[in-house]
Write a protein that binds this ligand. Structure first.
Ligand SMILES: [Zn+2]
Length: 315
């Protein structure tokens, strides 16, 4: 049941142009396995084309102009890494990052214009570690953050909730919105791993006090712990905030056997988290939800979990 509107998915082989070099976990090969799996989704899941690059102005809703120029120049001069941190790049990475960001904005247009109810955007590079002035953790531009600003500015949406279930804390998204009372950032992540932020004591700052919720889980936590945290903390926080739009930073590196993450979630965990997010979207955001791929580094596991996520978006 989705009110007659279909669920959308976006993927594109073009993202495989972002070449992170041999042996890198955030690889084009990882994406290729995911893309092939998404190509096999049932026909009632509508494939959305990306269609456009984000404009520089759109990126600058979130990122500093100096940082944008760093990305442009580093790619143009064939650097192997962004000079701001641990993000491998190639000469196409600036373009691909803008395409990824633009695809998320196109998906938001499709949802806001009522063409689809919900969309999963399988894009890369990922985004949630990128701060206003620094790319890091395989991330260049913060697509979810740009998306939140985009719906606020273009569609007059007031309150946006971002739920991030990547195994890593989304330090970039947190930092961007830390003083913003109109963007609720919620992160469910493994404690004591990269990027070593995400303490439960960080609840927002100044006018944004209370609009940031970190839920660190111990190494080895199963899906049950995630679902219990959802019930205890996430659902009440979203209900208290009353968002008009829900975004999900959908990483799949909390899945068991991920080479980077140390949690033990399975495909049913991701399906159930998705169903609960859809319930909240129905309750507060007219059913509108856009999810964006972040991590997930065991390719077949990533593909299986992402398929479970997309199918549950339509439930
Ligand atoms: Zn991650």
């Amino acid at each position: 049941m989705n009110g007659g509107l279909q669920t959308g998915v976006h993927y594109d082989a073009d993202y495989e142009r972002h070449d992170t070099g041999p042996g890198h976990p955030e690889s084009a090969q990882r994406y290729r396995v995911l893309r092939k799996a998404l190509e096999g989704l049932p026909p009632e899941i509508v494939r959305l084309e990306g269609g456009r690059r984000a404009t520089v102005g759109e990126v600058l809703m979130v990122h500093d102009a100096n940082y944008h120029d760093v990305v442009y120049r580093d790619a143009e001069t064939f650097a192997d890494f962004l000079r701001t941190g641990d993000t491998a790049i190639c000469e196409d990475s600036y373009d691909v990052a803008l395409e990824a960001c633009g695809a998320v904005l196109s998906a938001l247009d499709a949802v806001m214009e009522g063409r689809v109810a919900r969309v999963f955007c399988a894009v890369r590079p990922p985004g949630h570690h990128a701060t206003a002035n620094r790319g890091m953790g395989f991330c260049i531009f913060n697509h979810v953050a740009v998306g939140a600003r985009y719906v606020q500015q273009k569609y007059g949406v007031g309150r946006v909730a971002i739920i991030d279930w990547d195994v890593h804390h989304g330090n970039g998204t947190e930092e961007i919105f830390i003083e913003d009372p109109d963007v609720l950032y919620i992160s469910l992540h493994e404690e004591h791993i990269y990027p070593y932020t995400g303490s439960a004591s960080v609840r927002g700052r100044g006018p944004g006090e209370g609009a940031n919720l970190n839920i660190p889980l111990p190494h080895g936590s199963t899906g049950e712990a995630a679902l219990a945290a959802w019930e205890a903390w996430i659902e009440p926080a979203v209900d208290g905030f009353k968002p008009e739009m829900l975004l999900v930073s959908a990483g799949f590196d909390a899945r068991k056997n991920d080479p980077i993450g140390g949690l033990l979630w399975n495909d049913d965990t991701f399906a159930e988290l998705t169903r609960r997010a859809v319930q909240l979207a129905r309750r507060w955001g007219a059913g509108r939800l856009v999810s964006v791929l972040e991590g997930g580094y065991q390719p077949t596991g990533l593909a299986a979990a992402a398929v479970a996520h997309v199918l549950a978006l339509g439930d």
